[in-house]
Design a protein around this ligand. Structure first.
Ligand code: LLP
Length: 442
């Protein structure tokens, strides 16, 4: 059994998170319940920032908040001095509700609407990461109409795609995001953005993938983008002040995953940037990164109550919990793997092999195919680890299941940060048929 962050086992044999007994939290808030170990989030944020200080690079570490977006996590990110990556008007609105320092907000997305871009201008956010030619037109038009300046980055597909332990370089990347570097789109975007009265081009951005465990792909991407920056200076004298290398740093979901320390990724990127700037006498750009999963992923644990069980003789035992693909779509969508323990019996051997199923009407609604837990009994609390990234943020009301509550646990205190949805919440947008339209006059 692998425990994460501040997790431990108390005298009662219960799993604790942030110094709080998970069973006490279940008794207070019910299940399914997602508990975040906030010290772990802070530790990771500090580690990323500290490494940049150590290597002597100016940097911004932006929390990629698509991984988990809510007011309270934005407040913690703000306390840690992080910048914030948002990808929609909804995430931007959440940031405004958290009174996030606007200058630290970066706006991403491959199809930002006019209303979203106007919202970004209205809030005077720090930077728009421009993704395509339609957006260039739209941002320019809005900036001119409002007579308002905006800092921008150009999002580039650098021809490298990284998957966990591997990466491939591709001639022309088939991606819906960003400007292609090889076919000249990036240069064309540069021409359109480099000298405009209201657009202040800061530099380039790329994001090469997610759940990446090695540094070669990041080094390659940094090199390719630096090359382009150097070429632009040679051709036009323009100097980029910012190089944003995105997120994607891997975490340990199961023992097959061997993540690197945050410092390792940063050191490797820094070494490329520093050596290339030295070699070409190029002013060292600020380095921005955008970790999502590596800040919140293993900080989150979902607690479920065990309900029914089903034995398929000589095949498997299903145990069913009171959530499922509605609160964690990742196993069904990506075949993502997780581990679990019986949180109320952590001291007992976790040796009974089961398949943990959800309660949605879908055969594929299995959270863990092969989990090892204590002898299962109705009412046990099953904790699945590492559910902090892309679980709640991708959750749904499939089967009209209410979404779970979310709690932050830190230094022996727990605090509700998202209340559990109620049936009233679930029907709040529904509009019953109007009587006259149903021909009720007869
Ligand atoms: N920056 C950009 C521009 C991104 O598109 C992403 C993730 C990140 C940063 C953060 O990546 P991270 O550090 O979290 O890997 N739903 C999928 C992951 C989608 C990632 C989308 N972009 C999953 O559950 O695995």
């Amino acid at each position: 059994m692998h425990l994460y962050g501040t997790q431990s086992i108390n005298k009662k044999g219960h799993l604790t998170i942030g110094g709080v007994d998970t069973i006490d939290m279940v008794n207070t808030y019910g299940t399914p319940l997602i508990v975040y170990d906030i010290s772990l989030f802070r530790e990771r944020a500090k580690a990323f920032k500290e490494t940049f200080r150590t290597v002597g690079l100016k940097a911004q570490v932006a929390y990629a908040s698509k991984a988990f977006s809510t007011i309270a996590i934005y407040e913690v990110a703000k306390e840690e001095g992080l910048s914030l990556d948002v990808v929609s008007g909804g995430e931007l609105y959440t940031a405004v509700q958290a009174d996030y320092p606007r200058a630290k907000i970066h706006f991403h997305g491959n199809n930002k609407s006019r209303a979203e871009i106007e919202f970004a201008f209205e809030e005077k956010i720090g930077c728009i990461v421009i993704d395509n030619f339609s957006e260039i037109k739209l941002v320019k038009e809005i900036a001119e109409t409002r007579q308002q300046k905006m800092d921008v980055l150009i999002r580039v597909t650098p021809g490298v795609e990284a998957h966990t332990h591997d990466y491939i370089t591709t001639g022309q990347e088939d991606s819906k995001f960003g400007f292609d570097l090889k076919n000249g789109q990036t240069d064309e975007a540069f021409q359109q953005l480099k000298s405009h009265d209201f657009i202040n081009l800061l530099g380039m951005h790329c994001h090469i993938g997610s759940q990446i465990f090695e540094t070669a792909a990041f080094r390659f991407a940094a090199e390719v983008l630096m090359d382009k920056m150097i070429a632009w200076r040679r051709e036009s004298g323009f100097v980029c002040r910012v190089l944003n290398l995105g997120g994607g740093f891997g975490i340990r979901y199961t023992e097959a995953d061997q993540p690197l320390a945050p410092s390792k990724y940063v050191e490797e990127m820094a070494s490329i940037v520093l050596s290339m700037t030295r070699m070409h006498n190029y002013p060292v750009p600020e380095i921005w990164i955008e970790p999502g999963r590596s800040l919140v992923g293993d900080a989150g644990t979902t607690l479920y109550t065990l309900g029914s069980q089903k034995e398929v003789p000589e095949t498997r035992t299903y145990i069913a919990v009171d959530g499922g693909m509605s609160d964690n779509i990742r196993p069904a969508l990506y075949g993502a793997e997780y581990t679990a323990v019986t949180a109320n019996k952590v001291n007992e051997p976790q040796e009974v092999q089961v398949t943990i199923a959800g309660k949605c009407c879908e055969s594929g609604d299995k959270l863990i195919e092969e989990a090892f837990i204590a002898t299962p009994e109705e009412g046990d609390i099953i904790a699945t680890f590492c559910t902090g990234a892309y679980s709640y943020s991708m959750s749904s009301n499939y089967n009209r299941l209410p979404r779970p509550a979310v709690v932050f646990a830190e230094d022996g205190q727990d605090q509700l940060v998202i209340r559990r949805e109620t049936y009233e919440d679930i029907t709040r947008l529904d509009i019953p048929l109007q009587k006259s339209k149903r021909g009720e006059k007869v």
